[in-house]
Design a protein around this ligand. Sequence first.
Ligand code: ATP
Length: 441
Amino acid sequence: MNESNLMEKIVSLAKRRGFVFPGSEIYGGLAGTFDYGPYGVVLKENVERLWLSMFRDSRDDMYGVDAAILMNPKIWEASGHVAGFADPLVECEKCKRRFRADHLDDATKCPECAGALGEARQFNMMFKTHSGAMEDDSATVYLRPETAGGIFTNYKNVVDALHPKLPFGIAQVGKAFRNEIAPRDFVFRSREFSQMEIEYFVPSGEWEQAFEEWRKMMHLFATAIGLPHDSVHELEVEAKDRAHYSKRTIDFEFDYPFGRKELWGLAYRGDFDLSAHAQASSIELAYLDEESKEKFIPHVIEPSFGVDRTILAILASAYKEDVMGEETRAYLALAPKIAPVKAMVSPLLKNKPELVEKAREVRAELQKIHPAIAWDDNGNIGKRYRRQDEIGTPFCITIDFDTLGETPDLKDTVTLRHRDSGTQERLSIAEVAERIRSAIQ
Ligand code: ATP
């Protein structure tokens, strides 16, 4: 399977099976937007939940916030986004198409029509709108270009409300908006996307240790969501490409079908953000160490994860094909923990009430382990398996006459089929429950 072919297959499966749809499709779409469908939304929630469970809920030093997307525009002035959150834009003098200059091999020639490209100008990527009935400049607000802003502005609230001891962090999952010049590569670069971000506050002398810990943690998360170890790479960002206040930044890159590209980022941001917000708001944001009575602005380590780029990395590494003679079986080898459906139960024949009744019983029993146990009695068993393979369901369970005791030794046993190998085994219902439980732990 060549790589552009793989991308086409992923986009097609995502649409056909209800993972990701083009945004506003019945109206001809809206560039750079996507909608998550029934399985996509659950996959996305499972990824976000796993992230929250690993990085917020299971730790005593982490707190959550869910800040408003619309914020006082002074936040984005202080953070430098109003003045500097821009990409270089070039326009073709002939066909008038616009491109990001830093994405072109030759920034003088149009890649579409070979016309001459004009001078690059800085294009601010923040979406602007108006708050309230006035539409003048005084009412301008921005859709947040990253979730981090809402964390920094709530730093003081969290400290005042919960009195956490340093080091501690604040985590947030939510939408971010960037008016990308050239959205592309499916959900990789879109104009509306989700981020999972952490700001981890430390005394300045402890930043290196915290940075190393988060570096390891990000790899652990990659493993937990099933990304193969050799497809995630660290890129140490050179000093000339880093923000002036950052002493270290690592891009976590993934081997996407269209090349090795940034998946997540880890940055040491010094005391830049809290100092800038303290100055611009005239509110003291220093931390008071209760023991030493010392007051100082904490430094910050920022692990930043794009949800949609994570979903695409998961789909790209999970998509597999088995060629069996004339037929090709496509399946998603999703880690059971994040698979939208954990198992599917079906009666061998749907017109046999005794099979249906038993299968319903088995499903109810398995739903005590996890609610996402699907029911499918449509078409023949082969078709049911294919459907579940394509949405990445790890297990299929079939109830037949032996389950009912036609062969006495096999009473209360079922067929368990494994997604990746396609192999089947005969197990008791209790054994199947145990298999599912241990796979999704
Ligand atoms: P790029 O250089 O690819 O534009 P970036 O360095 O600007 O990305 P950050 O500002 O570090 O990205 O944002 C943090 C994370 O948010 C990224 O690692 C990525 O996962 C995600 N992200 C950023 N821009 C987009 C986008 N347009 N669409 C989807 N995800 C994005």
